[in-house]
Design a protein around this ligand. Structure first.
Ligand SMILES: CC(C)(COP(=O)(O)OP(=O)(O)OC[C@H]1O[C@@H](n2cnc3c(N)ncnc32)[C@H](O)[C@@H]1OP(=O)(O)O)[C@@H](O)C(=O)NCCC(=O)NCCS
Length: 191
């Protein structure tokens, strides 16, 4: 259903109480990845504030978790203006997990959710020299039309179907099961 992930890795939506995990992950990014994720230099404080605000209406954050630790993220934001069908997505994978297909898996999940939320234009701001992100975007050529500079993708088709809603619901269920299993494993480890 989705691209395979590195062994032991799980992609799931973040729960509202996991803002600290999101901040910790973004703070672990190396300097270059941090600059690419935020299209410029940003302070630790700004990252903490950004992570704390990344919840609520119109925002969905996906995490890539390994042994309960968040190692990658995709943040999807829908423009809340009444007539707008625009959205924005941003991706970050910690250095050791880059080039293992995690970005591809996260983009796939973000696209499905964008489609189910009625987003038609999805913007991914990306520095001009970000070849990896551009390569990643190209993989989704059939679904997205890209205009590099700032990357704008047209979600195609821009509407949900019974199948796309079911796929998202199944992925969410899988994410919930993975969280519960991880919690159980932690309890065993502590015991
Ligand atoms: C850009 C980023 C999200 C891509 O995620 P990723 O997990 O590294 O990407 P994937 O492993 O899924 O690979 C995506 C494609 O890029 C290609 N790729 C991998 N490493 C590459 C490199 N060093 N240069 C160019 N292309 C590369 C892969 O070949 C793959 O294409 P393929 O499957 O057709 O072979 C990730 O590297 C990252 O977080 N970088 C720092 C932050 C950033 O740039 N964010 C984007 C701005 S929002």
């Amino acid at each position: 259903m989705f691209d395979p992930l590195p062994d032991g890795g799980v992609v799931r939506k973040l729960w509202p109480h996991e803002a600290d995990d999101y901040a910790a992950h973004l703070l672990r990014l190396d300097k270059d990845s941090r600059r690419r994720r935020f299209s410029g230099a940003v302070s630790d404080e700004l990252i903490r504030r950004h992570a704390a605000k990344a919840r609520g209406l119109g925002v969905v954050v996906f995490g890539f978790f390994v042994n309960g630790v968040m190692r990658g993220s995709a943040e999807l934001r829908r423009d809340l203006s009444p007539l707008s069908r625009n959205g924005e997505a941003a991706f970050a994978i910690e250095r050791d997990w880059q080039s293992h297909g995690v970005g591809s898996a996260l983009l796939q999940r973000a696209l499905l959710t964008a489609r189910n939320r009625g987003i038609k234009l999805l913007k991914m701001y990306c520095l001009a020299d970000n070849e990896r992100m551009q390569q990643l975007a190209r993989k989704f050529d059939a679904e997205l039309k890209f205009d590099f500079g700032s990357v704008v993708g047209e979600v195609d088709p821009p509407r949900s179907t019974w199948l796309s809603l079911t796929r998202e619901a199944l992925a969410d269920q899988h994410g919930l099961m993975a969280t519960l299993l991880e919690k159980q494993r932690n309890l065993f480890r502590q015991g």
